[in-house]
Design a protein around this ligand. Structure first.
Ligand code: HEC
Length: 292
């Protein structure tokens, strides 16, 4: 009769597997503080314990049917500690004469199955894989060695540095070189939200500063709309709350090109927000922009 794995070992294996699976899904060890995790551990432990108890019952029954000799051999083997038994089983010489030594007891279905020893190359590969797995998991959990997240961070930093160097080598964007591009609208909207919304309101409908969605412009230093916006944001309007964002060094040429693209888009690509819709009334003269 074969020895069974002790319940504690089963519970330990289940708990380790639970930790691994929780970690895979949560991607941090925060679940260790969660009652759900410990609830799962307790329920699994109870199930493993019940499974062990049923096994004990079956074992007792089989034990009664053994001969006195077999009983003694079984009890002697049972005294050997679990890990030692595992270790010895791995190197045990297979007896080729006594089939019953390697017979796996199927109990109810009566199928004959022999516990033949595995080939040495297979076992070697298996133990190598196990050791490799333990080393890999430890390296993954506790070191930065070949860790995907730290590798990603390093590559990200490298790329950001390369972008920084590229931007520094480019000539700064001025009113002469600035062009409208739809690709800049989203970035411009972010700049608008953090710098301009306090005076020009949501979507540029106007407040302290004028409505930027209609065709009335108080400042018309340029002939085309996009350059006009760039000019006003760059130089501001002297004597008013509209500061010179570019000349004062608050925004770079790239920032102004982006925010000008956004203002251009709300003026040209969307319907104007009229006083009826909560927009500020027209300010300045109707504009007749030249095509860019
Ligand atoms: C502190 C309030 C304030 C802030 C912040 C502000 N503006 Fe203005 N803006 C004004 C005022 C006031 C005017 C009108 C100046 C005048 O009387 O000609 C103006 C005018 C303008 C005009 C010209 C409108 C016209 O009819 O001539 C544009 C374009 C503009 N602002 C864009 C922006 C952008 C883009 C930002 C963010 C980078 C911004 N403003 C931030 C107050 C502000």
């Amino acid at each position: 009769m074969r020895q069974r794995t002790p319940v504690v070992v089963n519970i330990l294996i289940i708990t380790v597997l639970l930790v691994i699976f929780y970690y895979l899904f949560v991607q941090s060890y925060s679940f260790l503080a969660s009652p759900y995790f410990w609830g799962t551990v307790v329920i699994s432990a109870i199930l493993a314990y019940i499974h062990g108890a049923i096994g004990d019952l079956i074992e007792n029954n089989k034990f009664k049917k053994l001969t006195a000799e077999e009983k003694a051999a079984y009890l002697a083997e049972k005294k050997i500690p679990f890990l030692r038994r595992q270790y010895e089983a791995a190197f045990k010489k297979q007896s080729d004469s006594h089939e019953k030594d390697i017979l796996i007891d199927h109990g109810f279905d009566g199928i004959m199955e022999l516990d033949n020893q595995l080939p040495k190359w297979w076992l070697g590969l298996f133990y190598f894989g196990t050791v490799f797995c333990i080393v890999y998991i430890c390296a993954y959990a506790f070191t930065d060695f070949a860790h995907p997240i730290s590798e990603y961070d390093a590559e990200y930093k490298e790329q950001m540095a390369a972008i920084e160097i590229y931007n520094q080598s480019q000539p700064p964007i001025t009113i002469e070189t600035a062009v409208f591009s739809e690709d800049n609208i989203a970035a411009g909207e972010e700049i608008f939200k953090s710098n301009c919304v306090s005076c020009h309101s949501d979507g540029g409908k106007g407040g302290i500063g004028p409505n930027l969605t209609d065709n009335f412009w108080h400042n018309q230093p340029e002939k085309t709309l996009f350059k006009n916006i760039f000019h006003v944001v760059d130089n501001g309007v002297t004597g008013t709350a509209m500061q010179a964002w570019g000349k004062n060094g608050v925004l770079t040429g790239t920032d102004i090109q982006n925010v000008a693209a956004y203002v251009y888009s709300i003026n040209q690509l969307k319907k104007p927000i009229t006083p009826k819709d909560g927009g500020a009334p027209p300010y300045g003269d109707e504009a007749h922009w030249e095509k860019q």
